[in-house]
Design a protein around this ligand. Structure first.
Ligand SMILES: [Zn+2]
Length: 93
């Protein structure tokens, strides 16, 4: 019986060594680098002004009329506000 256990252990160690040799653990380096990056906040969202996709953690937030908007930069936010106010004040009366 003990020979079977030794064989199983050897087989397991060999299997792990072979696996790590064939697939050199990509998640080992990822977990080290990923510790500094907030994985939860790392969501791609779309800028409503320039329509570019960017990570939400870099977003510039704007609440306009109870609606939450996220922009890729403060410049886009300002342009969006300007474009909106122009539309609203551009009433030909
Ligand atoms: Zn933008």
């Amino acid at each position: 019986m003990i020979r079977f256990i030794i064989l199983a252990v050897v087989a397991y160690v060999f299997y792990r060594a072979l696996k790590s040799w064939m697939f050199p653990a990509p998640d080992a380096s990822k977990s080290v680098a990923g510790k500094n990056i907030g994985k939860i906040d790392d969501v791609m969202i779309k800028d409503p002004f320039c329509e570019a996709y960017f990570p939400k953690r870099n977003a510039v937030h704007l609440n306009i009329g109870g609606e939450d908007l996220y922009f890729c930069s403060a410049e886009c936010k300002d342009r969006y506000i300007t474009a909106h106010s122009e539309k609203e004040t551009h009433n030909p009366e």
